[in-house]
Design a binder for this molecule. Structure first.
Ligand SMILES: Nc1ncnc2c1ncn2[C@@H]1O[C@H](COP(=O)(O)OP(=O)(O)OP(=O)(O)O)[C@@H](O)[C@H]1O
Length: 303
């Protein structure tokens, strides 16, 4: 578990990046920090591994104040994935992934064996380990970045807009991969993004931030969409935009989900239809019939 207790960060030039923020990040789940550019997401993330020290307040990881821990050891024990991948360009992919095991004292051979395993964990062919980062696609480089972050088998994984620099298809692929990995590994993931769809897709919990690092709302994606705390959250999630106002239209035998402008955004699957029909038959229809009969019968005799 990660806990921010009344943290505040004021940079040397007087910029207040994070106000008085308190937040609990549950363990073994994914928490997404969602907010527009400059609202303090990266600052918050970096407080966890002490790349940034708060001006005041406390950050605890598994109940221990990070300030009391050795900065270097702490940083090695926490996985960190950046947008640009942060890979060393002149070292092979295998060397990159083996970095932390090597720093922790593993032999080159053992570290490479571990690195090859990690490449497989993130869905890459270990043969790619011989290449240099520049010889991989953007999506592959991001996977290598994740593999490297897993090198110390950390409980906590910090991810700063890790999929921001790749095209939408690769991005969706990486998001699916992260969900698979998370189901398998059960890390405590703190994930930063300004992309609402990504946040709703990946977060077990989503924390919507206002500028100045202030929590606007924290909740599950369903809670946020169903009950946004205020207009700011509703607007940020786009709930009042025409693209999010969805309805169903039948076309060529399929049920299309369309936005308020009638543009298709998806297809309603048969199974959902089936279950909706089932529940309609079971409860709604029954009660509708009951109330219709009751009221109609009452009115008819007087007619
Ligand atoms: N070293 C620094 N010195 C002064 N101001 C800084 C420093 N680092 C960040 N800031 C400022 O603090 C605020 C929060 O920055 P931060 O990088 O945490 O935001 P962010 O939400 O991660 O933004 P983005 O999505 O654009 O990466 C911004 O106004 C930024 O300009």
């Amino acid at each position: 578990m990660i806990e921010f207790r009344s943290v505040r960060k004021e940079y040397a030039d007087g910029t207040v990046a994070v106000g008085d923020l308190s937040l609990v990040v549950p363990e073994r789940s994914t928490t997404v920090l969602l907010g527009s550019s400059g609202c303090g997401k990266t600052t918050l993330l970096r407080m966890v591994n002490r790349m940034v020290d708060p001006t005041s307040g406390t950050v605890l990881v598994d109940g221990r104040d990070v300030k009391e821990q050795d900065r270097v050891r702490l940083r090695r024990s926490i996985g960190y994935v950046l947008q640009a991948g942060g890979l060393m360009p002149h070292r092979s992919v295998l060397d990159n992934v083996a970095t932390v095991p090597r720093l922790e004292g593993a032999t080159r051979r053992a570290a490479h064996a571990r690195a090859a395993e990690l490449l497989e964990v993130v869905g890459l062919d270990p043969a790619l380990g011989r290449r240099y980062p520049g010889q991989l696609s953007g999506g592959q480089q991001q996977r290598v970045g994740v593999a490297r972050a897993l090198g110390a088998d950390p409980d906590v994984l910090l991810m700063d807009e890790p999929f921001g620099a790749v095209d939408p298809i690769v991005r969706a692929d990486l998001q699916a991969e992260l969900r698979r990995l998370q189901a398998e590994l059960g890390k405590t993931v703190l994930f930063v993004t300004h992309d609402v769809d990504e946040a709703l897709r990946l977060g077990d919990e989503v924390v919507v931030l206002r500028s100045g690092g202030v929590v606007a709302q924290q909740g599950t994606p369903a809670e946020l969409v169903a009950a946004p705390a205020d207009d700011f959250v509703a607007d940020f999630l786009g709930l009042r935009s025409r693209q999010r106002q969805l309805s169903v239209r039948e076309q060529d035998g399929r049920r299309l989900v369309v936005d308020a402008d009638g543009r298709p955004v998806g297809v309603l699957e048969g199974s959902l239809e089936g279950s909706l029909e089932g529940s309609l038959e079971g409860s709604l229809e029954g009660s509708l019939e009951g109330s219709l009969e009751g009221s109609l019968e009452g009115e008819v005799p007087g007619a």
